[in-house]
Design a protein. Sequence first.
Length: 370
Amino acid sequence: MVKYDRKNPFNELPLLPPSESIMDMEILMKWGYASRALAELNKNILRLPNPGMLVNTLSLQEARSSSEIENIFTTEDELYKAISETVKEENANSSVKEVLRYREAMWAGYHQISKTGKINERAIVKIFREVKNTSEGFRPPQSLVVIKRGQSEFRSGEVVYTPPRGKGIIENKMKNLVSYLNDHKKFTADPLLKMVIAHYQFEAIHPFTDGNGRTGRILNLLYLVNQKLLSHPVLYLSKYIIENKDEYYFTLGAVTQRKAWKPWILFMLEAVERTSRHSNGMIDDIVAQMESTYLQGRSAIGWYSKEVNELLFSQPYVKAKLIGDAVGKTSRTTITKYMNELVGQGILSKKTDGKEVYFLNNDLLRILKT
């Protein structure tokens, strides 16, 4: 067993892959269920006329939940106002900015990884910098970062883990992590299992001064996309993690303390399976609702089109100008008339906040809240 002392830097953190055999029939069965659910989700994404639409809505949900894990709280109303541009981002509160940066970090990492075709240190640092809005990189050797219990926990402030530190240590361990993810000849594990194992390793290395949790959860999604297990980063993993936060941290710590890989792997595979099925159901509901809304819109409103219908499902809050742009109208009178027709048919509802007016797709909001 590797000697571990929570108050001293865990420089003996073993490199990947795990030295002990971790596969057994229970893990193999759970991997099968998770893989099948993930494959069904990947197939179902293509039912959407514009898969990017789901990325836009689900990525915001993922960003909100992932930030909430780090005790950064915001309301859906604040977020939807921000992305609908009814509130300029610079005027948004700090929590909203943190959540929006998460989504931007995911896209920045997505484009960076798409260029190279693999996960590398540069992409990981880029994601972190977007998450934290900083120019920092890996933790410097002198940075005395420790993980402590939260203020609401028993024995608050107590050190529970001290990540590795020292000249070149983080860099070497991250180099090993990146190699493990990309070199499929040397490391032959299934990509889904690699994601689970590498997620522990990333959190244990804790390569940055802050933002490691959010950066690591973005990496999970992007690695699945990189390995073609998902066409788009729409796996809403943070919802399951926050609903099972205690188990997440307990099984994560058990790997460090006792090399107990099995509970951790089973937990993460269960998260993938449950989340995939939840996202699948959400896609089914969105597709069905889009069809129903389109039929209602076309039968009652002469100018209503599939393009407008898709726009209304691209985000829950929509500005009148977006509808005007979609139908090629610039007259304020005409756009107001169109919006009143949408409200009159119950397709949208109108909401005012001071001088701002925005329109809500309540059917989409209902689905996103499930």
